[in-house]
Design a protein around this ligand. Structure first.
Ligand code: PBG
Length: 311
């Protein structure tokens, strides 16, 4: 009776990787239990997610070829756009098919944007590519665009592109307070990132709490339908600040490194896997997240359905 926070499968979103040019799912070494799906293994995985009752899936593409401009992300036949079509056809109305709108999986330099002549990330030139990418994803049937690139003005630019092309009903999930984090390490394995250097010129400094909230406010003003804080567990203060002021839903992303730490420690018998999953996602919800992206989404949903909340 006095429990303040409860978990429900509908509040969980599963990030999924889809790799071009493979017929079998490929395991990700640094994320035991997570695979890069093939286009042919994707439908069964989407069905499993739907059966677990989770709210959505977030798709990431792993292309065979990368280039400086990230053309694979804009190409209607690019792996992410093909995967989106497959997922939407499989899922029907059972869950929300969401797509990562960012260039890092598609660029040979591994940055989230295109580069200027001096090698720095060119914010405004990147916005032009994001606009094209948004339309490609919208045409592929994506139901929620996840803007994770941290370029200034990206929400306004994508909103304008969508509205101009008749997609005014398509919603934007803004990765608003996204910090330059060591916890993304295993993800870069998962998408075979070719990044040299770091993302500190466009992702936030982990030392800055006020700045996270400022980024959230900017994205809301630009028309974000949902705002996100990422990573989750080391940024619960930013999440709580965001939840206190946001007029739109607030989500958080329990990222790859957070996943792998739990899997590793539980695999060694050092912590209880189920209870740790439950407690971490509960903590993220308690801090203010309305929904949580987590690689544990299906496992947690099945656990909730079978046993109810852990004591
Ligand atoms: C960028 C993106 C990243 C993640 C989600 N979207 C990588 C990055 O910013 O370096 C990380 C997610 C995770 O670690 O699970 N497309």
């Amino acid at each position: 009776m006095v429990v303040e926070t409860r978990l429900h499968p509908a509040e969980l979103v599963l990030p999924m990787f889809v790799r071009e040019g493979t017929s079998e799912p490929v395991p990700i070494a640094s994320m035991p239990g997570v695979v890069q799906h093939s286009l042919s293994s994707l439908p069964q995985a989407v069905e499993e997610a739907a059966a677990a009752g989770i709210g959505g899936i977030m798709l990431f593409g792993v292309p065979e070829k990368k280039d400086a401009r990230g053309s694979g992300g804009v190409d209607p036949k690019g792996i992410l756009n093909l995967a989106t079509q497959v997922a939407v056809a499989t899922a029907g109305d059972a869950l929300v098919v969401q797509t990562d709108l960012c260039l890092d999986e598609f660029t040979d330099h591994g940055h989230c944007g295109v580069l200027a002549a001096d090698g720095s990330v060119d914010n405004d030139a990147t916005l032009e590519v994001y606009r094209e990418m948004a339309l490609a994803q919208a045409n592929a049937g994506s139901q929620l665009l996840g803007l994770s690139g941290m370029m200034d003005g990206q929400v306004a630019a994508v909103r304008d592109a969508l509205d101009g092309a008749g997609f005014s009903d398509l919603a934007i999930l803004a990765y608003s307070a996204k910090y330059a984090s060591a916890f993304y390490g295993p993800f870069r394995d998962a998408v075979q990132s070719s990044l040299v250097g770091n993302r500190r010129t466009y992702q936030l400094n982990p030392a800055n709490r006020r700045e996270g909230l400022r980024e959230v406010e900017l994205d809301i003003a630009e028309g974000a339908d949902i705002v996100m804080v990422k990573p989750a567990m080391s940024y619960l203060d930013v999440l709580s600040d965001t939840a206190a002021i946001s007029p739109v839903p607030v989500w958080a992303y329990q990222v790859s490194g957070e996943y792998s730490m739990i899997v590793a420690a539980a695999g060694n018998g050092w912590i209880d896997r189920e209870r740790t999953i439950y407690e971490t996602v509960l903590g993220i919800r308690r801090a203010g997240a309305d929904a949580v992206l987590t690689y544990f989404a299906i496992e947690l949903a099945q656990f909730l359905a079978a046993d109810g909340p852990a004591a």
